[in-house]
Each structure stands twice: as structure tokens, then as C-alpha cells.
Design a protein around this ligand. Structure first.
Ligand code: CTP
Length: 407
């Protein structure tokens, strides 16, 4: 399992696109992730996939009709479902359903529940390229965006028509990840309002010469998720980032650096932050000499001398500001707990987050992580394997719950 949605109540609206067949896999993955799923289909969607398939996979009778003489349940079911759901996902969302949602039409069960829903909405458009790029559809999507709907854009690729273009429904796994992110976002509060949170993320690059460097496999995903989660709680967030392919989370101030020394310099300028979370995989060693010109190969081997870099976090720990919360990350392959606790103490941290690349779905380059938190006060908390956005929320929850007095 890649994502936990344990206890989440989801309404899945399926409209009439060929991509409706992907709804079966989506329901299966959502159930596997622990969600309760109520499927609602349009009559057109039933032409592509039988309601019975989705009822069997979801364990709930799929709803199509809105009127009680045709449907099971009561006349007010569309209102009740809108109140029940934590999230309403429309996947696939056709141009027609998007148009109806944008303009408040409610002539079928899907659109009626959507109009009555108090929960967040996630819309996953799927259609032919020309229908998607048409100004009418784009204007409707803009309207939904203005209404606060989350939109997962379609992908580029081969379409049912045989044409190549934008309009493909993303893979069910990608939609599950988007659902997890949207729910995590919803659960956030303004609990870090007025706080400055400094996050470091990604690898560092240590140059050997103008064309080569030593680095590691960190992608920065965990740090970016923490920066986004802290920003969503109202914090002023500074993200000091090594090279990554990630987009800067909305509202976050990002400072790009390359080497461990650059990162140390950037951190020093923000070392009075209320909370510092060091997720960066800072190089421990850097070439003793950086050649000004490209090193040319010789007849024999090349020996490199590496010197230790400055331990940024240990430096912050040694000069900890009153009330400041310092959080380190430990990526360990052996003696996991012992090494994590040793770093917690040695660097004078308040928290250390232990993770390990030993198991699938954990550590570098994954969208998920399983971590254990150790605090200076002796608490220990193991979290389940979750999407990194959810791990970030859980880490902040844990830290905030036990450090309320100092934050
Ligand atoms: N860190 C740092 N400066 C460094 C190296 C690491 O601030 N030069 C931070 C990392 O961002 C992380 C924590 O320290 O929060 C990791 O601790 P560390 O002991 O450096 O871990 P490793 O580099 O994995 O060390 P070891 O080889 O001892 O496992």
C-alpha cells in the first residue's frame, strides 16, 4: 500500500468518459487504503462501466438516480451524502459534468450531491484534447477553481480517439495520492500563525571541478512536504533547498543552494527561526581542493582527499535560541534507534525523525515514508507508512502537541 486514507469518507462521482473504466481500480485502491467509498455515477457513465462493478468493489450500492421512486433511500439522500463526505472526488469528470458543476446545474445525483456538499471537491477532468482546451471548458475550470475546487489536470498522451493530446485521466495511483494530499491540506489549521519555520531539503552538491560533483539520492520530497504543511498552518516558511526538480510550495520563500557550505551560510541568516527542520541530506565530506579547470584523466587512478563539512545542525544545537525547536532527520541502515537517539543528544535537538531506506516505500526517492519520532523528553512515536504529505502533517501534529508551551 502506498497511501493511508484510514477512516476517510469519500464520495466518488463517475461521469461518462471512456476513462470511467479506471474508476474500478480507483475504488479498489481507495478501499485498500482504508477509505469508505460511496460511488455516484451519471447515466452516461453506466454505458462505460456497470454500476454493479463499482458497488461490488466499494461495498456500497452505487447511486445513479436522484428521485426516490427510482432510487433506494430517501429524497434527501443527496443532502445527507454531501454532509457525510470528507471529500467529493469526480473522476473522470467530463466536459459536460464540469460545465454543470461550474454553473450549479443539479439534474442528476452526482451534480445534486456536489451542489449540496460542504466538503472539499477534487475534480479530475478526462476528455478529448480539443474539448479540454476549448475556451468554454477552460472557463468552466477557472470558475471551479474560483469556487475553491481542487483540480487534478489531465495528462498528455494517446487518447481514445487515437489523437495525441492532453485529456487522459491520470493513473488511479496518482489520483489516490492527490486525494491524500487534499485531505491532509483540509486537516491543517492555523496553529503556526506568527511562527517562522526554517526547513532545509534536498541533497547538496560538492564540486570537484567545474563539471563534476559528489552528491546523494535525496529528492527533497519530505522537506518540501514539511514546508508546505507548515505554511498551511500559517507559519512564515523559509525553505533552503539543494538542487531538486520540485515546485516551490505556495506561499513558501525558497532559497536555492548547491554545496553544504552554501547551505550553512543560508541557514546562518535565518538561525533565529522558531522552528528549524533539517531534512536536507547535507554532504558530510567535500573535496579538499576544487579544481578551477576540468580534471583531465591520467594514466593511473585518481585519489581524492575529502574534508569534513560543517555540521550545520550541530552548530544550531550548540547555539540554540531560547524556546527554539530543533528537528533533525536520521537516515539509518543499522542500529536504527541507537543511532537516532545518539544524534538527538549529540546535536542538542528537540526531535529526531528516524527513517530507513531498508524497506520499500521509505527513505530517498519515494512518495511515501515510514518514520519514528524521538524527542529529547524521551517520547517515541512510530507512524505508519504514509504519503509524505501525510507524514509531514503527522510530524507537525506531534511536535506541536508536545511543544505548545515553547512555540
Ligand atoms: N546535517 C547537518 N550538517 C551536516 C550533515 C548533516 O546539518 N553537515 C543534518 C541533516 O540535515 C540531518 C542530520 O544532521 O538533519 C543528520 O545527522 P548526521 O549525523 O549528519 O547524519 P549522517 O550524515 O547520516 O551521519 P552518519 O554518517 O553519522 O550517519
Amino acid at each position: 500500500m502506498t497511501t493511508s486514507l484510514s477512516g476517510s469518507k469519500l464520495v466518488l462521482g463517475v461521469s461518462g468518459s471512456i476513462a470511467a473504466y479506471k474508476a474500478a481500480e480507483l475504488v479498489r485502491l481507495l478501499k485498500k487504503a482504508g477509505a469508505e467509498v460511496q460511488v455516484i455515477m451519471t447515466a452516461d457513465a453506466e454505458r462505460f462501466i456497470p454500476a454493479l462493478t463499482l458497488s461490488t468493489l466499494s461495498g456500497k450500492n452505487t447511486l445513479v438516480e436522484i428521485f426516490p421512486e427510482q432510487a433506494e433511500g430517501t429524497w434527501t439522500q443527496h443532502i445527507e451524502l454531501g454532509l457525510w463526505a470528507d471529500l467529493f472526488v469526480v473522476a473522470p469528470a467530463t466536459a459536460q459534468t464540469i460545465a454543470k458543476l461550474a454553473h450549479g446545474f443539479c439534474d442528476n445525483m452526482l451534480t445534486a450531491v456536489a451542489l449540496a456538499a460542504r466538503c472539499p471537491m477534487l475534480v479530475c477532468p478526462a476528455m478529448d484534447h480539443d474539448m479540454y482546451v476549448h475556451p468554454a471548458t477552460q472557463a468552466n475550470l477557472k470558475t471551479l477553481d474560483a469556487h475553491g475546487y481542487h483540480i487534478k489536470p489531465p495528462e498528455h498522451g494517446e487518447l481514445a480517439s487515437g489523437l495525441i493530446g492532453t485529456g487522459r485521466l491520470p493513473a488511479p495511483t496518482a489520483i489516490v495520492d492527490e486525494i491524500a494530499k487534499t485531505i491532509a491540506l483540509q486537516q491543517s489549521t492555523a496553529s503556526l500563525q506568527g511562527q517562522h519555520v526554517l526547513v532545509t531539503a534536498g541533497p547538496t552538491q560538492e564540486s570537484l571541478d567545474p563539471v563534476r560533483f559528489i552528491s546523494n539520492h535525496s529528492t527533497g520530497t519530505m522537506g518540501y512536504a514539511l514546508a508546505a504543511a507548515a505554511q498551511q498552518r500559517g507559519a512564515t516558511v523559509t525553505l533552503i533547498s539543494g538542487p531538486t526538480d520540485l515546485e516551490t510550495p505556495a506561499g513558501v520563500q525558497r532559497i536555492d543552494v548547491l554545496s553544504a557550505a552554501d547551505m550553512a551560510g543560508a541557514v546562518a541568516k535565518h538561525d533565529d527561526a522558531h522552528m528549524v527542520i533539517m531534512t536536507a541530506a547535507v554532504a558530510d565530506y567535500t573535496p579538499a581542493e576544487k579544481a578551477q579547470r576540468k580534471i583531465k584523466k591520467g594514466a593511473g587512478d585518481l585519489n581524492l582527499t575529502l574534508t569534513r563539512t560543517q555540521d550545520i545542525l550541530a552548530g544550531l544545537g550548540a547555539n540554540k535560541k531560547p524556546g527554539q525547536v530543533l528537528v533533525g532527520f536520521a537516515l539509518e541502515t543499522d542500529n536504527l534507534e541507537e543511532n537516532a537517539r545518539r544524534k538527538l543528544e549529540k546535536k542538542n535537538l528537540d526531535w529526531i525523525v528516524l527513517n530507513s531506506p531498508n524497506n520499500a516505500g521509505e527513505g530517498f526517492g519515494t512518495t511515501t515514508n515510514r518514520v519514528t519520532l524521538f524527542s529529547a523528553t524521551g517520547t517515541q512515536k512510530s507512524l505508519p507508512l504514509m504519503d509524505k504529505a501525510q507524514v509531514a502533517v503527522a510530524i507537525l501534529d506531534e511536535i506541536e502537541a508536545s511543544t505548545k508551551h515553547s512555540l
